[in-house]
Design a protein around this ligand. Structure first.
Ligand code: TXA
Ligand code: MG
Length: 312
């Protein structure tokens, strides 16, 4: 009988290999964060520019001091409130941190993921696991083990299958390295949740914000062009070649290549989003039409990802 996946994963990581593993947000492409060769291989497999930093995943908040220095009280408040969970903190990096992980920056992104298999792996491995989302650069993030296998094939040594991800979109990123909290990437944890934990609204991203590939204009992109449209723009834009994600059923007589009815619950919408976009991308012969979600609370991160997917 082959050893269980977590034990095999620890062996692979220890010898510098790459392991894709589930988190509550999306699957990660993991390597030993202290091993330069392993980190270099993550960048190669992802096809990601070397100056885009990776997130270091750790098994417990008590390990933060190994990766970050000058940790402000707000970091402890956020860690206490949201870890394990879908939140990444950007902090000044500890001097011992491998510069490849941080893309040459003086800061490091760290999170404790809220997924039992990820935590089991991190705790068994002991060290930090550097992991971007387990997809090629600029493509849709994977939310199932099958997505990872289809994207990365044999470029990854092992894929741990933990079923579909519960959150479905990438973690919220908060920068605490420059004083006031800055929201670099919205996620399941929203600005209001952060404000409640630290007693101040996080500032939106500005020009001085550190580089983050998730914040490039075109990112999370399917192969076919994606258009965000209002309900009234949808029908005139529709052709036989379109694949549609909308809040209503297809009107009688509509002839789309595919029509999927979206959930009106933002958490469920986010959970299904990337898997749906993959299906729509396969079905579409031309454009993917997505009905613009509302602006209300809970939809911020979804609008962010859809806007980037449309941004070409
Ligand atoms: O939910 C997630 O965060 C997933 C799972 C696997 O943990 N990971 C993920 O990784 O989305 P990735 O590499 O696809 O996106 C991480 C984002 C990138 O935009 C990266 O630039 C940013 O985090 N980031 C990491 N370290 C940073 C730092 N020191 N300063 C600014 N941004 C940083
Ligand atoms: Mg990514």
């Amino acid at each position: 009988m082959s050893p269980e996946p977590v034990a095999r994963a620890v062996e692979i990581l220890a010898r510098g290999g790459l392991v894709a593993f589930p988190t509550e947000t999306v699957y990660g492409l993991g390597g030993d964060a202290s091993n330069e060769a392993a980190v270099a291989r993550i960048y190669r497999v992802k096809g990601r520019p070397a100056d885009h930093p990776l997130i270091v995943h750790i098994g417990d908040a008590s390990l933060l001091g190994r990766w970050a220095r000058d940790i402000p009280a707000d970091a402890h408040r956020l860690a206490e409130r949201f870890w394990p969970g879908p939140l990444t903190l950007v902090l000044k990096r500890a001097t011992t941190v491998n510069e490849r992980v941080t893309g040459g920056q003086d800061t490091v992104g760290v999170r404790v993921p809220g997924h039992p298999l990820a935590l089991e792996l991190l705790r068994a491995f002991g060290g930090g696991i550097a992991a971007p989302s387990a997809n090629r650069f600029g493509k849709l993030s994977p939310t199932t083990a099958d997505h990872v296998r289809r994207d990365l094939g044999t470029d990854v040594d092992l894929v741990i299958d933990g079923g579909p991800c519960e959150v479905g979109i990438e973690s919220t990123i908060v920068d605490l390295s420059r004083g006031d909290a800055v929201l670099l990437r919205p996620g399941r944890i929203g600005a209001a949740d952060i404000a409640a934990a630290i007693g101040a609204d996080p500032r939106p991203r500005d020009a001085a914000a550190p580089r983050a590939s998730g914040t490039l204009e075109v990112h999370y992109a399917p192969r076919h062009p994606l258009r965000l449209v209002s309900r009234i723009e949808l029908e005139p834009a529709l052709t036989r070649q379109s694949a549609v994600l909308a809040f209503e059923e297809a009107p009688a007589g509509a002839t789309a290549a595919m029509w999927v009815r979206a959930s009106s619950d933002p958490q469920r919408y986010a959970r299904e989003l990337y898997a749906l976009l993959r299906r729509l991308d396969e079905a579409a012969a031309a454009t993917i039409l997505v009905e613009r979600p509302p602006e209300g609370p809970g939809w911020e991160a979804i609008l962010d990802r859809l806007t980037r997917a449309a941004g070409r």
